[in-house]
Design a protein around this ligand. Structure first.
Ligand SMILES: [Zn+2]
Length: 115
């Protein structure tokens, strides 16, 4: 990973100021209570692996040209985020991870015991 590709770790989350519902994608109206009182907060960057798989041949238009581990992580804020594990290997569900950085706007995770 070059320095240019390695962007600082940040995962924005859209949090309802009325009911506290948290969404991982841009939200202007809360799907739970219909409030428009939405704040953008940054995730603390910690979560647990829900599932992982290896993508051996990225699609032709992918910005990633090598095999990678695609993982789904339940962040401590209780939202599901997809990203890549820093190594190309499967990771056991339930493993605690944290965000290392972003590459091509995809969060890169590592386990909390490594690095
Ligand atoms: Zn709400």
């Amino acid at each position: 990973m070059t320095e240019q590709e390695n962007q600082p770790a940040s995962i924005p989350m859209w949090v309802c100021g009325d009911c506290g519902n948290t969404e991982p994608t841009k939200t202007i109206i809360c799907p739970i209570c219909n409030s428009q009182n939405i704040d953008i907060k940054q995730s603390k960057g910690y979560g647990k692996i829900v599932a992982s798989t290896i993508i051996r041949r990225p699609s032709a238009d992918s910005l990633f040209d090598e095999a990678f581990c695609l993982c789904v992580v339940r962040m401590d804020e209780q939202v599901l985020i997809s990203g890549h594990y820093y190594e190309c290997r499967l990771i056991e569900a339930g493993t605690s991870v944290r965000v290392l950085g972003n590459k091509h706007q995809v969060p890169i995770f590592t386990d909390t015991l490594a690095n």
